[in-house]
Design a protein around this ligand. Structure first.
Ligand code: ADE
Ligand code: ZN
Length: 333
């Protein structure tokens, strides 16, 4: 099973590029930019990653970003992720980035996106891994700040496929951003949003994503299983849930493998993703392995999960057909 998972052609749809900042790269960038870090070693840094909920994770996540300063830093961060993903059979990845986490520290939008973009181009040319960018608004900042970020992004419209919403969900429901998401849709962006696991009002937030925002995907969204009508609506609209097992084990107490099994049984379009793999240790392969073990998934379940991601990817049909053909060839080999 492990070898089957390692070779499985994969698509990743829920990955925060800032969440791929591994401790060794953090030290390298800190030295390059003269930034001091609270930890003296990689081991000490990892030991401080003892979060057990979303907000304790987020404070470490944002603190780590202080080492990302120049365009080259964003290039190095992104290219390191692409190498890792490529080595695990990821053919295609949609990458979240959090511009406000950088512009709020005085780093320009241009610096961030140009560094990431250059690495995407090199990833495609040198490794053959295809990627697209999804810009996330930080939900614990104001709708006005999100609107400004949307406007700022329009210069780079052709580099960004869609918009998402992340950061601290508590007290920050989807409807806080109704206007900016409506404007983003008008501008031609695809729409997704985080509904993290086990938040206050998770089910209400997922309903808002459907009825008030009109998303195509929900990032996490596991609590939808608590409401049979919501499950029906997700099925009717064929919405995708991008689930992140190892991340769940840190912020929600367990991987939610049995819920993933349940979603597969219900025919929901669930996918496996790594979220913030430098903080929730495990990239795509490790995430597949843990769910396979815990939910006793068959090879055909694993192929279904991978096919779900290729089906949900924001790409044209000819590109999709190529990936699905590669997956099918692997499945019957
Ligand atoms: N930002 C980075 N990872 C996140 C997650 N899993 N949930 C919310 N915001 C995030
Ligand atoms: Zn996420």
């Amino acid at each position: 099973m492990q070898r089957f998972i390692e070779g499985l052609p994969k698509a990743e749809l829920h990955l925060h590029i800032e969440g791929t900042l591994e401790p060794d790269l953090k030290f390298t960038l800190a030295a390059r930019n003269g930034v001091s870090l609270p930890a003296g070693s990689v081991e000490e840094m990892r030991a401080a990653y003892d979060f057990d909920d979303l907000s304790s994770f987020l404070s470490v996540y944002y603190e780590g970003m202080s080492v990302l300063v120049t365009e080259d830093d964003f290039y190095d961060l992104t290219f390191a992720y692409l190498g890792k993903a490529h080595s695990q059979g990821v053919l295609y990845s949609e990458i979240f980035f959090d511009p406000q986490a950088h512009t709020s520290r005085g780093i320009s939008f241009d610096t961030v996106i140009r560094g990431i973009r250059r690495a995407q181009e090199d990833g495609e040319a040198k490794l053959g891994i295809r990627t697209q960018l999804i810009m996330c608004f930080l939900r614990d900042m104001s709708p006005e700040s999100a609107a400004e970020t949307l406007t700022r992004s329009l210069d780079y419209k052709s580099w960004i496929v869609g918009v998402g919403l992340d950061s601290d969900e508590r007290g920050n429901p989807p409807i806080k951003f109704s206007q900016v998401f409506s404007d983003a849709r008008e501008a031609g962006y695809r729409l997704t949003m985080h509904c993290d696991v086990g938040q206050d009002d998770s089910v209400t937030h997922i309903w808002q994503c459907l009825n008030d925002i009109g998303v195509e995907r929900i990032d996490h969204g596991v609590n939808s299983l608590e409401d049979a009508r919501l499950v029906d609506e997700i099925l009717n609209r064929n919405l995708t849930l991008t689930v992140c097992p190892i991340s769940n084990s840190y912020v929600a107490g367990d991987t939610q493998a049995s819920q993933i099994r349940q979603m597969l049984n219900l025919g929901m379009r669930v996918t496996i993703n790594s979220d913030d793999p430098a903080y929730f240790p495990g990239y795509m392969t490790e995430n597949f392995i843990v769910v396979q073990r815990e939910a006793d998934l068959s090879k055909s379940d694993l192929v279904r999960l991978s096919r779900n991601a290729f089906e949900a990817a924001w790409i044209d049909e000819s590109e999709r057909a190529g990936y699905v053909a590669a997956l099918e060839a692997y499945a019957i080999a």
